[in-house]
Design a protein around this ligand. Structure first.
Ligand SMILES: Nc1ncnc2c1ncn2[C@@H]1O[C@H](COP(=O)(O)OP(=O)(O)O)[C@@H](O)[C@H]1O
Ligand SMILES: [Mg+2]
Length: 291
């Protein structure tokens, strides 16, 4: 059955989930995500973010409610079947990597996709090049640095070309260069029509680059909408217990000395443009030169 692209590519309907130790990790979670969206899932530790993304490829089966991927209820599908459509890159790459060499890791991931030998070889070369991992081809994943193993974990999911890509904390512990690489990769995949979900604590990244944010607390979704709306809503901010962006705190400080930056401006370049259009930048530059 071909899925009707007018339907959301992901539909989560009234999902509850309880772990075997009776921890209720998801409570009446519902959400729709359209094809091509880029969505951040945020919230405190223990809010249920990882549990929620695990329901998207069948690793976790809801205690109640249903999950539809590309219009199909996944309840009766195997993880292997769903994983062709939904690729999840987990937080700790070491839980995901287990082959003897980097090359084998990708090869293993390409199994069961009905590719012939030549196609598999082609895809391995292509992905190792794209991720700049070619030089490590014969090395063990255990010998990679944190950043490199994260890259390999992403490569081993992306080589399967899933329509939906889910990242759990992709920027955690990454340096500026690695975050830039991740951002470029996301941009490329979005251009190709992929749908991307990212669980993150990185509010700066979310505010700059992710158009939609879903906020979770204690197993529930407490807010879902345009990132700019979510992070300019005082009530939501006060409930979220997130560490706020420096820019937000700067705005508050500036307000105290009478410089009011419109609420809806939250990105760095927006705030710089606003300030430079209102302050006498020339005089500031002169002062700097004097000093
Ligand atoms: N395997 C598990 N067994 C029992 N409880 C778990 C398990 N994994 C997570 N939990 C609990 O479920 C809740 C949600 O966890 P999780 O989805 O990992 O949150 P988050 O990713 O937002 O930090 C937490 O209370 C956590 O302790
Ligand atoms: Mg988590």
């Amino acid at each position: 059955m071909k899925y009707n692209k007018l339907l959301p590519i992901i539909m989560v309907h009234n999902v509850d989930f309880m772990y075997s130790n009776e921890t209720v990790a998801l409570k009446q979670v519902s959400l729709n995500i359209k094809q091509g969206e880029f969505v951040a899932i945020m919230g405190q530790n223990g809010a249920g973010k990882t549990t929620l993304i695990r329901t998207l490829n069948g690793l976790i089966r809801p205690t109640r409610g249903s999950v539809f991927i590309e219009g199909e209820n996944i309840a009766l599908k195997t993880i292997a079947m769903i994983s062709k459509k939904v690729g999840i890159v987990f937080q700790n790459p070491m839980h995901q990597l287990f082959s003897n060499t980097i090359e084998d890791e990708i090869k293993f991931s390409l199994k069961n996709l009905n590719l012939d030998k030549a196609e598999i070889q082609f895809k391995i070369n292509q992905i190792l090049n794209e991720f700049d991992l070619e030089k490590f081809r014969k090395r063990s994943p255990l010998t990679l640095s944190g950043g490199e193993s994260k890259k390999l974990a992403i490569a081993s999911i992306l080589c399967r070309d899933p329509d939906i890509i889910v990242f759990d904390e992709p920027t955690l512990g990454q340096d500026a260069k690695e975050i830039k690489f991740f951002l470029e990769l996301v941009r490329k995949e979005l251009e190709r029509g992929k749908t991307i979900i990212m669980v993150t604590h990185n509010i700066e990244f979310t505010v700059e680059y992710v158009p939609r944010t879903i906020l979770m607390e204690a197993g529930r979704i407490i807010a879902d909408g345009p990132t700019q709306k979510i992070f300019t809503n005082e009530f939501i901010i006060s409930k979220s217990s997130l560490i706020l962006p420096q820019l937000y705190l700067l705005k508050k400080e500036l307000e105290k000395i009478g410089i009011i930056i419109p609420k809806e401006l939250i990105k760095e370049h927006e705030i710089v443009d606003f300030l430079s259009s209102r302050l006498n930048i020339e005089s500031i530059k002169l002062k700097e030169g004097d000093a």
